[in-house]
Ligand binder design. Structure first.
Ligand code: URA
Length: 216
């Protein structure tokens, strides 16, 4: 929705027609919990395709039924997908459909009601996270504070190559995240109009966690 010309270079809006169509269905309030989960998974798989389009390849020798050949395979240590709990898990599943061998990390953050600072309550990362391309997933980039805190924590854990993926972003969240971590590529399917007074993205899709898990 926001003019792409105003976006930092590190931000990519995925405009593939299938992604945009599925996102429209996802947003609708009439979409059921089961359908929401299925659509989130499908969109995430398509996002993973975009996020990984520059992964390095190397040649390896294989044998087809007809003859030997040199063919490309992914080189080196591969991916780690880090889900920001709990709604990130709705994105994680679709990405794992495309890259089943990826390692998985989880980070849980809550906002201290007095200081409003994100506080970590859970962290589990693969031991070799520093050697992997880390894709951090959270469906909604709203204020950007949790995402920025999660990326800082991953850098503390020595992750070097990090990308961030969300379904929807608010302009405010994009600004906070890209100022805190200007070198981290950010992928989203839409930059919506604004954040409201309750930190919901408008027009948005509501509470992603509640819609994924039917908790409201
Ligand atoms: N988190 C959500 O689930 N929805 C929003 O609109 C903002 C943050």
């Amino acid at each position: 929705m926001t003019d792409a010309a105003a976006l930092p270079d590190s931000v990519t809006v995925i405009r593939h027609p299938l992604v945009q169509h599925k996102l429209t269905l996802l947003r609708q309030k009439s979409t059921s919990t089961g359908e929401f989960r299925r659509l989130a998974r499908e969109i995430s798989l398509l996002m993973a395709y975009e996020l990984t389009r520059d992964l390095p390849l190397e040649m390896t020798g294989i044998e087809t039924p007809l003859e030997p050949m040199q063919a490309p395979i992914l080189s080196g240590k591969k991916l780690c997908i880090v889900s920001i709990l709990r709604a990130g898990d709705g994105i994680l599943e679709g990405m794992l459909d495309l890259v089943p061998s990826a390692r998985v990390g989880h980070i849980g953050l809550y906002r201290d009601p007095e200081t409003l600072v994100p506080v970590e309550y859970y962290l589990k990362l693969p031991e070799d996270v520093a050697e992997r391309l880390v894709i951090v997933v959270d469906p909604m980039l709203a204020t950007g504070h949790s995402a920025a805190a999660a990326l800082s924590r991953l850098k503390q854990a020595r992750a070097e190559q990090i990308r961030f993926a969300c379904l929807l972003a608010a302009p405010e969240g994009v600004s906070v995240l890209t100022q805190a971590h200007p070198e981290v590529p950010v992928f989203t399917c839409s930059i919506d109009r604004e954040l409201d007074d309750h930190a919901y993205i408008r027009p948005g899709l509501g509470d992603a966690g509640d819609r994924l898990y039917g908790t409201k």
